[in-house]
Design a protein around this ligand. Structure first.
Ligand code: ADP
Ligand code: ASP
Ligand code: MG
Length: 407
């Protein structure tokens, strides 16, 4: 059997953790399995590298930043291979260039386009444990790109798909996927399984336990994906197509802190204005999420929307640069907001879920600034200061009412 195992930053944070993981990998190998391992950078290495870059130049070139960030994963794989050798087992570490993980050209947010499997297969035939750098690819120019924060999960799933692995295990610092981040919501419940669609929605809405692109790929290639802890033997959560969780109305809650709200004030109330604003942003790869347009008066209207906080500076710049073209009065923004979402396959057919969520927010005096809904989720924008209290109240209301049926 071929297994892909991915270990996140906290699982390889120091010497003891590396040795612990090395032992787990060897255990799998001793069963006669082919083992391909994907690693993240140790602990908060990626954050520290970003800090270092910004200290030298507050606006570093994205190409150079990727060159720097990718070194974190390279350290991890080399150290892990050394640890496995110490245990007396054969292993080889490889980076994206050696494997030939081809990516698109967008530095800092590249997508994997193709993975050559020949080198990996050759190493597996030699009975080596193959340890591969997560988070990185090589673009058309032969440059190193990174896949976006948390992207090692995507490397693992892409490898599992390319190699036709029987299983892809994502080892992290929690023992599975919960109904909410267990570090924020203490009584969050562990899910035995969850569907790709619901997990994709949770991941896209800020539950960083899995990189959203990894869930997209797992669904596309039907990869059997399990999230579990590298520190315990607990069973973990299975992510798959058909899930009994789908019978639940609400499967989870996510909190996204990487949000800013922008309002374009006094834009002309005529056809084509939303098109102008959002196509300018789209050209720069800026995704606007919740969008609200005020009812016009005096032939003017306001358009408010949310973006990733990291896109704030660029968005303000674009709107200012195109002020004559758009003809608006002014722009204001707020970064002290968060997006709180509930996800569940039963939301579309059950209006009481929205009502219960709004009641839970009212119970703790939280003002809702924006709302957006879809078939499978309800998101609200609230003040950052309210976030944990609001998340706990919504979680308790929706879970305790047992709207989610038999957890
Ligand atoms: P790794 O370094 O292993 O990739 P991450 O920090 O990226 O780990 O993801 C694991 C973290 O995701 C957990 O520590 C937890 O705080 C957070 N998290 C957010 N939402 C959830 C959820 N619904 N279930 C489990 N963990 C969650
Ligand atoms: N090291 C990268 C990050 O911190 C990738 C990952 O951990 O998945 O974002
Ligand atoms: Mg992660």
């Amino acid at each position: 059997m071929l297994i892909v195992q991915k270990f996140g930053g906290s699982s390889v944070a120091n010497k003891e953790r590396i040795l612990n993981v090395a032992n787990r990998i060897v255990e799998e190998y001793k069963k006669g399995n082919d083992v391909v391992v994907v690693l993240s950078a140790q602990g908060d290495t990626t954050d520290l590298l970003i800090e270092k870059a910004l200290d030298i130049n507050p606006k570093p070139s994205k190409r150079e930043l990727d060159m720097l960030l990718s070194t974190g994963e390279q350290q991890s794989v080399a150290l892990m291979s050394m640890a496995i050798h110490k245990l007396g087992y054969p292993s080889v570490s490889l980076n994206a260039n050696q494997v030939k993980i081809e990516s698109s050209g967008i530095y800092g947010n590249a997508r994997i386009k193709n993975i050559a499997t020949s080198r990996i297969k050759l190493e597996l035939e030699k009975r080596n444990i193959v340890i591969i750098t997560g988070f990185q690819g090589i673009n058309n120019f032969g440059d190193i790109t990174t896949l976006g924060r948390g992207g090692s999960d995507t490397t693992a799933v892409a490898l599992a798909a390319s190699l036709n692995a029987q299983l892809c295990e994502i080892y992290t610092d929690v023992d599975g996927i919960y109904t909410a981040d267990p570090r924020i919501i203490k009584n969050a419940c562990k899910l035995e399984e969850i569907s790709y669609d619901e997990m994709l929605e949770l991941a896209s809405l800020g539950a960083k336990v899995l990189h959203n692109r990894s869930v997209e790929l797992a669904k596309k290639y039907n990869v059997k994906l399990v999230v579990r802890s590298s520190l315990t033997v607990a069973k973990g959560t299975l992510v798959r197509e058909e899930s009994k969780v789908e019978k639940m109305l609400v499967s989870g809650l996510a909190l996204d802190k990487d949000v800013s709200r922008i309002t374009v004030v006094g834009i002309k109330d005529m056809p084509g204005m939303a098109f102008k604003v959002f196509s300018l942003l789209a050209k720069e790869n800026i995704v606007a999420d919740i969008i609200i347009q005020s009812v016009g008066s005096m032939r003017l209207k306001d358009i408010s929307f949310t973006i990733k906080r990291t896109d704030l500076e660029n968005t303000l710049y674009i709107l200012e640069k195109n002020k004559d073209f758009l003809g608006h009065d002014s722009v204001n923004y707020d970064s002290s907001v968060v997006k709180l979402s509930v996800v569940g396959a039963g939301i579309a057919s059950n209006p009481s879920i929205a009502a219960k969520m709004f009641e839970a927010l009212y119970d703790v005096g939280t003002n809702i600034r924006m709302i957006s809904t879809s078939e499978i989720k309800i998101s609200v924008l609230i003040d950052a200061g309210d976030s944990e209290r609001a998340a706990q109240s919504v979680h308790d209301k929706l879970m305790e009412e047992n709207i989610n049926l038999n957890l």
